[in-house]
Design a protein around this ligand. Structure first.
Ligand code: MN
Length: 349
């Protein structure tokens, strides 16, 4: 596995110098944030980003994400224009030698939480999702203050989007995903850029919008749409693991042995009720996911791709982007590295 760290570009309060100082840190996971969704990414901008990272002796391991325009998810006639732009972006990323692109297919909202600074017993703060709190939220009413959702939509636009999604049920969303995958994967192959779809977070429908990438069956369906290692998965322990019916290490091993795991997000969460969870420290005993089993699964298929500690708590008085502080994610990277070393040495004995 190749340890990596998400970095939000020049505006990230955590400098690349600091990330480089985390032992075993090899790669950066980032994106270009100032290009509107749907537009093609110019090669020069990609190369500029890559050079900045390489100057710090790190590798640009993954682009997370190249966002998918809403018209593609909705299956509107305008989608073809945006798919062409997506292909151009993939070709340019390929020219720059970027090996992996992460994306998701969640309608309107990316990850969703009910609070971003829930205080845990030890005084640290973490992201939390409580179904009854989310059930009372209405993104169409009042102020748009959905935690963590940096809205680029005006209120009227959001209303219109929700209107449009009324015609899109889960099966329709699958059709639209299928259309997208079949169009872009040949270009991903030619460009030698491996795609990794991120599961929905949380892995169930919210606000009446459909969500489809939620469990083993749906991941199987994704990879069957286009039979190629380039049509792969981002296995996110926190997202999939939020549903107690998902046995994450088993799923990881299963898709890893099929050669379809292109990226791994390692984060622990603790189930605190039906459809409710809090993000916890990475250590197995702090959450509901057995991280040792996660590492064992990776070893079982000799995973050499990128992995990153996903979200972390805010500890030691750090302030910044919720889930993306330096300290707890660095601890997570060290913990995962320790588990990996122990497992590797034990197997070579
Ligand atoms: Mn994730």
């Amino acid at each position: 596995m190749e340890m990596s760290f998400r970095w939000f570009g020049k505006d990230d309060p955590i400098p690349l110098e600091y990330i480089r100082q985390i032992p075993n840190m090899k790669g950066i996971v980032t994106a270009i944030y100032d290009i509107p969704v749907g537009e093609a990414w110019p090669l020069e901008k990609i190369l500029e980003l890559k050079e900045m990272i390489e100057k710090h002796n790190l590798k640009l391991s993954v682009i997370e994400s190249v966002p998918v325009h809403e018209d593609i998810k909705l299956g509107l006639p305008t989608r073809d224009k945006y798919i062409e732009n997506y292909k151009t972006t993939l070709r340019n990323l390929g020219k720059a030698g970027i090996p992996v692109v992460c994306y998701n297919f969640m309608p309107v909202f990316d990850w969703t939480r009910s609070s971003l600074d829930y205080r845990l017993e030890d005084g640290s703060t973490a992201l939390i999702y409580e179904e009854d709190v989310v059930a009372k939220m209405d993104p169409l009413k009042g102020e748009l203050s959905l935690p963590g959702w940096d809205s680029s939509y005006k209120k009227e636009e959001l209303h219109e989007l929700f209107e449009q999604y009324k015609d899109v049920d889960e099966e329709k969303l699958w059709e639209n995903l299928e259309y997208f995958i079949k169009k872009i994967m040949p270009v991903a192959e030619e460009s030698d850029v491996k795609m990794a779809i991120h599961p929905d977070d949380p892995p169930w429908g919210i606000f009446g919008l459909p969500r489809i990438i939620t469990n083993k069956e749906s991941l199987e369906r994704v990879i069957s749409i286009y039979d190629s290692p380039y049509n792969g998965l981002c296995m996110c322990s926190g997202s999939l693991g939020a549903d107690p019916n998902n046995n994450f290490p088993e799923m990881l091993r299963y898709f890893g042995k099929k050669g379809r795991v292109n990226f791994v997000h390692a984060r622990n969460i603790k189930h605190i009720g039906p459809r409710s969870f809090q993000e916890s420290a990475h250590v197995s005993s702090y959450g509901s996911i057995d991280m040792y089993e996660v590492i064992r699964a990776l070893k079982d298929f000799n995973y050499t791709g990128p992995i990153r500690p996903d979200h972390g708590r805010m500890i030691w008085g750090e302030t910044g982007k919720p889930g993306y502080g330096l300290y707890d994610r660095a601890l997570g990277a060290m913990y995962l590295t320790g588990l990996w070393e122990a497992e590797e040495k034990n197997r070579n004995r």
